[in-house]
Design a protein around this ligand. Structure first.
Ligand code: C2E
Ligand code: MG
Ligand code: MG
Ligand code: MG
Length: 289
C-alpha cells in the first residue's frame, strides 16, 4: 500500500519540475548574495510632458548576473516577493532613487521627479510610511519629488488597507500613481476615494494606437475619467511617433517609452541631462538675442 501511494505521489514530480525547483532555489540564493554584495543597480527611464520637457524618471531595477547576464525584474521580483527579499531590496531602491535624483536636482534640474515601483508585499508590511519618511530625510529629497507607483491590481488586493496606507503616504507629501492602469479590476468607488495624482495607461492599450479603434476608445475613456477625478495621465510604452501624436491629441499629459528614451544607467542619464542643460542654455541665449 505504501508503495502504491508512494508511486501515485511520485506522479506529481517530473524531472522537469525538479529541475525548475532547483533553478529557482539557485536564483533565490544568487539574489540573496547579489543584494548582500550590492550587485543590483537602478536604471532610469525619462518621462516627458506634452511640451517635450523632461519632467521625471522612473527607477527600474536591474540585476547584472555574473553568469546569466542581465536578468529582468519580471523574473526576479516574484522570487524576491516570495522569499521576503523584496523588503531589503525595496528599501534600497527607495533610498538609492531618492539619493540619485537629489543629486541631479543639485546639478541643475531642481524640479526633477523620481518614480519608484512598490510591490504588493511592501504595501502589506507595516511601517512603509516610516521607511519612506526616513529615506527622504536621509537623501534630502523633498517629498513632492518622489512618486510611488503601485499597480492597479496591488491596490485592489486589500482596498481598505490600501486606503489607510495611501492616506498615510500622501500625508508625507509624496505623489501616488496607479501603474499598469486598465489591466486590473478597479472598483471605481475606491479609485475615486484613493488620494491619487496620476494614472499610467498600460502599454497594452498604447500598443494598438493609432490603428485599433477599441484601444482608442479605451484611452479616451480613461482620459475623460481621469480629468473628472483631477488625475494626470501618463502613457507608458510609447514606441512610435504616430502613437505619440495621437496620445497627445487624446489628452495624455506625459509620455514614457522607447521612442523618447530607454531605461538607462545613471551615467548615461548624466550625459542626457548635460545635453538638456546645454540645449536649455542655448534656448535662453536665443531668446535673449
Ligand atoms: P512597470 O513599472 O510597468 O515598468 C515599465 C516597463 O516597461 C519596464 O520594464 C520598462 O523597461 C518597459 N518599457 C518602457 N518603455 C517601453 C517601450 O516603449 N516598449 C516596451 N516594450 N517596454 C517599455 P522592466 O524594466 O523590465 O520592468 C518590468 C516590471 O518590473 C515593471 O513594470 C515593474 O512592475 C517591475 N519593477 C521594476 N523595477 C522595480 C522595483 O524597483 N520594484 C518593484 N517592486 N518592481 C519593479
Ligand atoms: Mg512602473
Ligand atoms: Mg507600468
Ligand atoms: Mg508592469
Amino acid at each position: 500500500r505504501a508503495k502504491a501511494s508512494g508511486r501515485s505521489t511520485y506522479c506529481f514530480f517530473s524531472p522537469e519540475m525538479d529541475r525548475q525547483a532547483h533553478a529557482r532555489l539557485r536564483l533565490e540564493n544568487d539574489l540573496r548574495h547579489a543584494i548582500d554584495r550590492s550587485e543590483l543597480c537602478l536604471h532610469y527611464q525619462p518621462q516627458f510632458d506634452a511640451r517635450g520637457r523632461l519632467v521625471g524618471v522612473e527607477a527600474l531595477l536591474r540585476w547584472p548576473h555574473p553568469q546569466r547576464g542581465m536578468i529582468s525584474p519580471a523574473e526576479f521580483i516574484p522570487i524576491a516577493e516570495e522569499s521576503g527579499l523584496i523588503h531589503p531590496l525595496g528599501d534600497w531602491v527607495l533610498g538609492e532613487a531618492c539619493r540619485q535624483v537629489r543629486q541631479w536636482q543639485r546639478q541643475g534640474h531642481p524640479e526633477m521627479r523620481v518614480a519608484v515601483n512598490l510591490s504588493v508585499r511592501q504595501l502589506q508590511r507595516r511601517g512603509l510610511d516610516q521607511t519612506v519618511r526616513s529615506e527622504l530625510r536621509r537623501s534630502g529629497l523633498e517629498a513632492a519629488y518622489l512618486e510611488l507607483e503601485i499597480t492597479e491590481s496591488s491596490m485592489m488586493e486589500d482596498p481598505a488597507g490600501t486606503m489607510t496606507l495611501l492616506h498615510a503616504l500622501r500625508g508625507i507629501g509624496v505623489q501616488l500613481s496607479v501603474d499598469d492602469f486598465g489591466t486590473g479590476y478597479s472598483s471605481l468607488a475606491y479609485l475615486k476615494r484613493f488620494p491619487l495624482q496620476r494614472l499610467k495607461i498600460d502599454r497594452s492599450f498604447v500598443d494598438g494606437i493609432p490603428d485599433d479603434g477599441d484601444d482608442i476608445a479605451i484611452v479616451e475613456a480613461i482620459v475623460a475619467m481621469a480629468r473628472k477625478m483631477n488625475l494626470r495621465i501618463v502613457a507608458e510604452g510609447v514606441e512610435t511617433g504616430a502613437q505619440h501624436e495621437m496620445l497627445t491629441r487624446l489628452g495624455c499629459d506625459e509620455m514614457q517609452g522607447y521612442l523618447l528614451g530607454r531605461p538607462m544607467a545613471a551615467a548615461d542619464m548624466d550625459a542626457l541631462l548635460a545635453r538638456c542643460r546645454t540645449h536649455r542654455a542655448e534656448a535662453d541665449l536665443s531668446l535673449g538675442a
